[in-house]
Design a binder for this molecule. Structure first.
Ligand code: PMT
Length: 400
């Protein structure tokens, strides 16, 4: 159930004997790598204690709408926005009825109303209550409103009746929860991305660098994360917030970036080299600040930096590798040369002679080149372009 890794699941528990199975469901979510927050109705607490769910989820359990202490931790609107998926298991007849009528008279119903996350219900109730016209009418209406129902199962019930109304088993609910993320293009993939400039020190106060802001690489990290990937961002010095749920490693020089890239490259499925890595660094880093001399000129000896993406390209079991080529002339031709010389699967050619795009702008335009194809991606925001690039990478991976 890799698809649940890092997913934020809000598990609602309502009053019913099946509430004890929610403990097992919480464990299954945690075992699949999901982050779980549990919300209990007052009736649910008659069947299982918040302490049990707190211990299993590793998070405080939310029980009341107007609890100042809980609101100070994570307010109910914040919680509604936090969730990638809301699962109510068990969902009682009463809760289904309140949900259908749009009521917000407790924390769980309020969250369901306030959240844009997909909502899935695993009903559990007496078979006659499930079959009643009222419940069936509510279920029909909620299905029209895009609420998903899982179950109920049929069989012997706690009250001794036999029929439909048993909650699905926790593992089945966890599996179904994972399928809610199926559409994600890079689900379960591990993606490493370099971004920003490198800084090559001359002395304790000076360095050689370039104008890369990191915007393109950070947008790619966010797009890959949103496509379901596990993303590591190896970033040179930039003034950007790390995208949500992306793990960032900060580096300065090309040599540090190379070391961070090679650290666990064996686990990487897709490598994207978006950083503007300095091709050269000063041969000697002075220990003390260099003093201004009497001469009008100063020569600085430079040595070649390691080529990070070419090093990845040479690995025996290399990941799918996408490079960028920042060029001011013969853009596509030079990019093609880099595609071959660095042994890349794809390269995104960037015309950086146009100051509206490329370095430090909010927009970009690219030509995406692979051995047998060439595709122009028109000028748009780096966010949108990053989403397009991720779609093309996913397409290439599935067709390979
Ligand atoms: O950060 P932004 O302000 O948003 O700007 C985005 C960008 C213009 C920096 C980005 O879109 C881009 O084009 N990045 C690559 C810049 C670059 O260094 O291009 P290059 O043609 O010099 O390098 C070709 C490829 O080799 C790149 O994937 C680069 O990361 C890689 N490289 C280069 C040198 C080196 N020593 N090691 C490398 O891995």
């Amino acid at each position: 159930m890799q698809r649940l890794t890092n997913k934020r699941i809000l598990l609602g528990i309502t009053g019913g004997i099946a509430a004890y199975k929610s403990a097992e469901l919480t464990r299954a979510y945690k075992a699949a790598g999901a982050d779980v927050r549990v919300v209990m109705t007052p009736a649910a607490r008659e069947f299982i204690t918040p302490l049990t769910l707190q211990a299993l989820s590793g998070n405080p359990v939310h029980t009341a709408l107007l609890d100042p202490e809980a609101e100070a931790g994570m307010g109910h609107i914040e919680l509604a926005k936090w969730a990638d998926l809301i699962v109510v298991a068990p969902a009682s007849a009463d809760f289904i009825a309140r949900l259908e009528s749009g009521m917000a008279n407790d924390l769980l119903s309020t969250l369901c109303l306030a959240s844009d996350a997909p909502l899935c219900l695993a009903p559990a109730m007496n078979q006659a209550m499930w079959r009643s016209t009222a419940t069936q009418g509510n279920v029909f209406q909620l299905l029209q409103n895009k609420v998903t129902f899982w179950g109920p199962d049929s069989g012997e019930q706690a009250c001794g009746d036999v029929g439909p109304g048993r909650m699905l088993e926790p593992n089945a609910i966890a599996e179904l929860s994972a399928t809610m993320f199926d559409k994600q293009l890079l689900s379960g993939k591990i993606v490493h991305i370099t971004a920003g400039p490198t800084r090559e020190p001359i002395d304790p106060v000076r360095y050689i660098s370039n104008h890369s802001s990191g915007k393109m690489g950070y947008a790619l990290a966010q797009a890959a994360q949103e496509a379901g990937a596990n993303v590591k961002l190896i970033s040179g010095p930039v003034n950007l917030e790390c995208p949500d749920r992306v793990s960032r490693i900060k580096v300065e020089s090309a040599e540090q970036m190379l070391a961070a890239v090679l650290d666990d490259i064996a686990n990487c499925d897709i490598f994207i080299g978006c950083a503007a890595v300095a091709d050269y660094r000063p041969a000697v880093i002075e220990n003390n600040k260099m003093k201004k001399g009497s001469s009008d000129t100063l020569s600085l000896a430079l040595v070649k930096n390691p080529d990070i993406i070419a090093t990845v390209g040479q690995l025996p079991d290399k990941p799918f590798t996408l490079g960028f080529a920042a060029e001011t002339q013969n853009v596509v031709e030079y990019a093609r040369t880099k595609l071959a010389s660095k042994n890349l699967d794809m390269i995104a050619a960037n015309d950086v002679s146009n100051s509206d795009i490329g370095f430090n702008s909010d927009e970009n335009a690219l030509t995406l080149i692979s051995q047998n194809s060439e595709l122009k991606l028109a000028q748009t925001s780096k966010t949108k372009l990053a989403q397009q690039l991720i779609e093309h990478i996913a397409e290439q991976l599935t067709s390979a």
